[in-house]
Design a protein around this ligand. Sequence first.
Ligand code: NAD
Ligand code: IPM
Ligand code: MN
Length: 363
Amino acid sequence: SVTKEIVVLPGDGIGPEVTREAVNVLETVCKRHGYKLKTRSFDVGGASIDRYGRPLTEKALEACKEVPAVLLGAVGGDKWNEEPKDKRPEAALLGLRKELGLFANLRPITTHQSLIHSSPLKEEIVNGVDILILRELTGGIYFGRPRFIEQTSAGERGVDTLAYETHEIERIAHKAFEMATDRNRKVTSVDKSNVLDSSRLWRRTVIDSASQWPEISLSHMLVDNCAMQLIRDPKQFDVILTGNMFGDILSDAAAMITGSIGMLPSASIGEKYAMYEPVHGSAPDIAGQNKANPLAAIASIALMCRYSLDMPEAAQEIEDAIQATLQDGFRTGDIASNPSKEYLVDTSEMGSAVLKHLNPKMQ
Ligand code: NAD
Ligand code: IPM
Ligand code: MN
């Protein structure tokens, strides 16, 4: 169709600051390729709590089901930290993932040549890294029941449940093998099967699923070792397949290979719907200062163009524009490393710099 329609959920903190730049980029590539862009925006998270008394409204959720793709900024902030768990901003995000069935979270970690010195790791370790962390997103300890805090004679007791079912493991495993087929055909499944029963089932199920993918080389790694290996020699990895909480933690650690959490995009994909979100959070420490790096949100738009909007060329153009912008020397504070060769810019200047590479008329 000639119209591309998305829902935007800016959220809290730096969420609105980075989604603004990302939507500008989508607007520009749509124009360039002859599409009309239609966006509808809804409050989620703390913003929605303040306005409607709950983190996710039915209206926002239903709107997300009417479009091929949703862009989410970030949710959360100190203001709402004392809310009960179902009323916290984060409940909006978890609710969206669950209600939209977004079981596969793609978190690509790729280094930009011009940011090699923004990483605290050595050049030879980070140069050329290209990893896809595939995080299971609707199961595991995030959603297991029961979960509660209770009074005991000794004080209080907090309980969460880590459970995975065969079908949940199978579908994410097949996604990993499918993704690896278009990459270097290597999957490392990460678990804690030396301790956890859910991980023992995970490993066995992944092995069983792999029999349908003879061209993929599958290996297994314990999560603590994986955290270490990501820092020691990240180039050994192609696709990392892992559960909900391990994927959350490993991806923030892996962010530092690229130089900053402000660089990591993600795609959350299910059978019917899709949501695109930077990996980072609402960054309360820099919110409202126009300081946040918008490139994670902008790169998430590239993923959206590729996986949901049927605009593969636009996806490539956005990724090229990000690369060119970094080559020009533009840096937000989080990725700055050499003041004499770089221009320190704010969120909107970084967004505009990317736009210039997409729309030469602006120069
Ligand atoms: P965070 O990712 O918000 O911030 C961690 C650190 O990284 C901070 O120092 C922050 O300034 C920096 N940072 C993050 N994004 C950046 C960017 N784009 N540019 C420059 N610097 C950036 O993690 P946190 O501080 O642990 O969490 C803050 C809040 O965000 C919490 O309420 C948490 O629940 C929420 N959160 C939400 C999401 C989401 O909505 N997807 C993800 C993670 C955390
Ligand atoms: C992320 C975030 C979320 C998660 C929180 C905010 C619920 O950290 O998207 O990585 O843990 O999944
Ligand atoms: Mn996280």
